[in-house]
Design a protein around this ligand. Structure first.
Ligand SMILES: [Zn+2]
Length: 191
């Protein structure tokens, strides 16, 4: 596969062998800019196409952590929105798994602190905060793993990339309904 290079004039991706940009016809200036080089053996254009919105910022973070499966990198979207961010980035499996772990933490706290609700909440709050911080600092590594899993397939489905506001809304509404049912069961059935 040929390496790709970013046109310094219009910013579009061309082949390294091009002398002129395929889009704006300006001469291609070859610099030591590493932006256009593949990351983990995957062409930069594939990453860009799959990530869609904010791809440059994610690519820069992935470039910095090239070759690493696990790395720490604060993702503010993940800190604030957690699973809603995952649904927005179409990581449905990751969102569901982390939701289930979150529910398990909540349920465990209520079972441990079953003597009174105050104890339960006092155990739960720091744990949930720590869990949220973990999602924030490993969010980018989780996202990179998701992208690599999808684009490494023989016939990658690029529709699994990009972002979806609808998925973010449906995902968080569904989760809140499930959480309400669990709270209801705890409040009226178990206690
Ligand atoms: Zn150009």
């Amino acid at each position: 596969m040929q390496n790709e290079i970013r046109c310094s004039n219009c910013g579009k991706i061309c082949k390294e062998t091009d002398t002129h940009c395929r889009y704006c016809q300006e001469p291609i200036v070859k610099t030591n800019d590493t932006y256009g080089k593949p990351i983990d053996g995957v062409e930069i254009g594939r990453w860009e196409e799959f990530i869609g919105e904010a791809s440059e910022s994610y690519i820069a973070k992935f470039r910095k952590n090239e070759g690493k499966k696990i790395f720490v990198n604060a993702n503010i979207g993940a800190l604030i929105f957690a699973q809603t961010w995952m649904f927005y980035r179409k990581m449905y499996l990751e969102a569901i798994i982390t939701y289930l772990v979150g529910i398990a933490i909540i349920v465990a706290c209520f079972l441990i602190g079953a003597v009174d609700i105050f104890t339960a909440v006092m155990i739960m709050l720091p744990l949930m905060l720590a869990y949220r911080v973990a999602i924030c600092i490993f969010g980018d590594a989780i996202y990179k793993a998701y992208i690599k899993r999808e684009i490494s397939k023989n016939a990658p489905d690029m529709r699994k990339g990009g972002t979806s506001v609808a998925a973010a809304i449906v995902g968080s509404v569904a989760f809140n309904i499930i959480l309400s049912i669990i709270s209801f069961v705890f409040e009226y059935v178990i206690w």
